[in-house]
Design a protein around this ligand. Structure first.
Ligand SMILES: [Zn+2]
Length: 397
């Protein structure tokens, strides 16, 4: 971070290390952090000689992992019972809320998030302040306002645009605002009254133009897509991730495998709505069919070989920030292999975000580390018990 002195070198010792990639977990492990980077990750017995100058932190009973990644959050919202009423009406109010939610993410071991929709540049501004060391939080890959059609889902977190030229212009406007990815609303949604969540939104021509423009500008595209038609159209257009995807049939799953797009099931979103005591009945009624279809869709996609990433949709009803541990637990509950679920919240997720030096603990990677109390590979619920968090080599929790 600019303006800050170099972090103290650290050696972390723990009985278990998971590196966020495809390697087997390491027993009796050590991690050497120097100059904000990982200098060594592996068996404690193999620690290089230079590491003996570093400050040692013993973490008995803990698992060392990369800082967690949440690929779908809304920093301007805090998880109140009704999203539309939960977001402060002024830009200053939303920015303050985003700062607090970013801090909450970091306290729970999340060191990288993708913000998929805000009314304006709130998450962009907060992300820059975090990188400058002015406030504490995870690195942010912000989408700026979600691109949604007239009469579409979440206009209060988006920019309305119609027609091929209109959506191209919206992508350019977001890029000019400082967005580092693009969010498009390809179907209706649970939280917008009067629109069928399963119904497709944009036409194929509009989606094609949007993705073409985003990719031309070097921005990856996340598509909010709940029903099969919208998912398929978004995949045909070449989006990089499908968010939610509650209703997937064989044809859409095949298209997902063929396109290589990642799948963010966001179990935390409908599950939060259904568990939230104060969530209005109309929202619960709309979430129920989606929640019921979700486990089957997820299993079908996993069996077919779709690449899964962890995103919570934090900020939606009863879905507060910092809950990616809960999302991983939902995936495992749905039958996902625990190691793959851990990768979905670390290496795979960072890779989707185009941040290849985070989400993994390898020499040269950023020293973003989470130590959790317990064996996180045997029992992913350990992720909810952070014992220490390091960001760019500095202990922040
Ligand atoms: Zn969302």
């Amino acid at each position: 971070m600019p303006g800050l002195s170099a972090p103290t070198p650290h050696v972390l010792r723990a009985p278990l290390l998971f590196d966020g990639g495809g390697s087997e977990p390491v027993r009796d492990a050590a991690l050497w952090l120097e100059n904000g980077r990982v200098a060594y990750a592996g068996p404690a017995a193999g620690l290089p000689a230079g590491a003996d100058q570093a400050q040692v932190v013993d973490l008995p009973g803990c698992t060392l992992l990369p800082g967690l990644v949440d690929v779908h959050v809304h920093l301007v919202a805090s998880g109140g019972p009704d999203l539309a009423n939960d977001i402060p009406s002024s830009p200053a109010g939303r920015t303050v809320v985003a700062v607090a939610n970013a801090r909450r993410q970091l306290e729970r071991g999340v060191t990288l998030v993708r913000d998929l929709g805000a009314p304006g540049d709130e998450a962009i501004v907060v992300g820059r302040a975090i990188e400058a060391g002015e406030v504490q939080g995870p690195r942010v890959i912000p989408a700026g306002p979600a691109v949604t059609m007239t009469g579409g889902h979440i206009p209060y977190l988006g920019r309305i645009a119609d027609g091929a030229d209109g959506v191209r212009q919206a992508v350019r406007a977001n890029a000019a605002l400082g967005a580092r990815c693009i969010k498009v609303v390809a179907t209706g949604g649970v939280l917008t009254r009067g629109i069928d969540p399963r119904e497709a939104a944009y036409t194929q021509a509009e989606l094609d133009a949007l993705v073409d423009e985003a990719h031309r500008l070097g921005l990856r595209v996340a598509a909010h897509a709940i029903g099969e038609g919208g998912v398929l159209a978004a995949l045909r257009a070449g989006v990089d991730s499908i968010e939610h995807g509650m209703f997937l049939d064989e044809k859409t799953i095949e298209a997902m495998v063929a396109s290589g797009a990642r799948y963010t099931p966001t179990f935390s979103a409908p599950n939060g709505i259904l568990a939230g005591a104060a969530v209005p009945a109309w929202i619960k009624d709309r979430a129920r069919p989606a929640a019921e279809a979700q486990v089957g869709s997820f299993r079908g996609a996993v069996e077919a070989g779709v690449k899964v990433v962890a995103g919570t949709d934090a900020g939606t009803p009863d879905n507060p920030h910092g809950g990616v541990a809960r999302e991983v637990a939902f995936m495992v509950e749905a039958g996902f292999d625990p190691l793959l679920a851990l990768r979905a919240a670390t290496g795979e997720a960072a890779d989707l975000l185009g941040v290849s030096d985070r989400g993994v603990l390898r020499p040269g990677a950023a020293a973003d580390v989470l130590a959790v109390d317990g064996d996180a590979v045997a029992d992913v619920s350990a992720l909810a018990r952070p014992a220490a968090v390091f960001q760019d080599g500095r202990r922040v929790v």
